[in-house]
Design a binder for this molecule. Structure first.
Ligand code: SAM
Length: 290
């Protein structure tokens, strides 16, 4: 299979000029132009010739070429139809790649995994469009896509939010959701000069390795996530007030105070101080008391 040619800034510029490509800000288009970063992503994703890989937003196919060399098969989903003829060109030497011109949020990824990988866990690799990072990642987890890992470039601040625990300003609903489903690991920080055009924010590559089993036992997952969202909606309020004021929860006052009491952290505890285990415990208490 042909060695990747893109990733080198000169070759990227050539392709962009050949097709008179105009970057679309609304699609979060910042293309990678650093071969070291590309190598690092491929290594972190731990791809073998047995793997089916889903790439989200291939752009002009830079990372797709690397993925095609490492994996058995790649499907790349790209929303921008102006990129499709370019991808046909840059990926013409790779016969294990399929490009789908679609919005990733509208793709039935579980069905794709069934079709392409016999329903076995897939690897997702992407330099994500930052404007939809959270819906993409939460969609993968919540829609029960069979997943082994997600290795993605995201905004640095978002990578930090996914990885932290209680007691930091970045801790929130995203940290808890990601850590319920997966083990996060920040692989590398990536500066703006590794992209064309340069983003205004710093970036990071994060690998999320799906847990075989969630790390906590919770009887009603949906209730726990409603409680988590309610607690962080009003971060500076006590947990009790956050739960009382939530439009998503309709809980009697006595249930809230009894459940918080059972946690043993005092009546004035804030949601931002609770661990994932404690949110699970709280959800189980509330479920029992209802
Ligand atoms: N993978 C390329 C690279 O690393 O050079 C491009 C990454 S760029 C940050 C994000 C890509 O996602 C763009 O090609 C953009 O058009 C595409 N994209 C944006 N929104 C999308 C969506 N909803 N579904 C699929 N692709 C999308």
């Amino acid at each position: 299979m042909k060695e990747p040619t893109l990733g080198n800034p000169q070759n990227t510029i050539e392709i962009l000029q050949k097709y008179r490509f105009n970057f679309q800000k609304k699609f979060g288009q910042n293309f990678l132009i650093d071969t070291h970063v590309l190598d690092k992503i491929i290594r972190a994703a731990d791809i073998t010739k047995d793997d089916f890989v889903l790439e989200i937003g291939p752009g002009i196919g830079t990372m797709t070429q690397y993925l095609a060399c490492a994996a058995r098969e790649v499907t790349a989903v790209e929303i921008d139809k102006a990129l499709i003829p370019i991808l046909e060109d840059t990926l013409s030497d790779y016969d294990n790649v399929t490009v789908i011109n679609e919005d990733i949020l509208k793709v039935d990824i579980a069905a794709l995994a069934e079709e392409k990988n016999g329903g076995k866990p897939i690897k997702v690799v992407a330099n994500l469009p930052y404007y939809i990072t959270t819906p993409i990642i939460m969609g993968l987890f919540e829609n029960h896509v069979p997943l082994e890992s997600i290795t993605v470039m995201v905004q640095k601040e978002v990578a930090d939010r996914m990885q932290v625990g209680p007691g930091t300003k970045d801790y929130g609903a995203l940290s808890l959701a990601v850590q319920y489903y997966a083990e996060p690991y920040i692989v590398a920080n990536v500066p703006p000069n590794c992209f064309m055009p340069r983003p205004t924010v710093g970036s990071a590559v994060i690998r999320l390795t799906r847990h075989a089993q969630p790390p906590v036992h919770v009887r009603d997952e949906k209730l726990m996530f409603r409680i988590i969202r309610a607690s962080f909606n009003q971060r500076r309020k006590t947990l009790a007030n956050g739960l009382k004021n939530s439009p998503e929860l309709d809980l009697p006052k006595e249930v809230i105070s009894e459940a918080i009491d059972r946690l043993g952290r005092g009546a004035s505890i804030r949601g931002e101080a609770l661990t994932l285990e404690e949110f699970a415990e709280l959800a189980n208490h509330i479920g029992e008391l209802m």
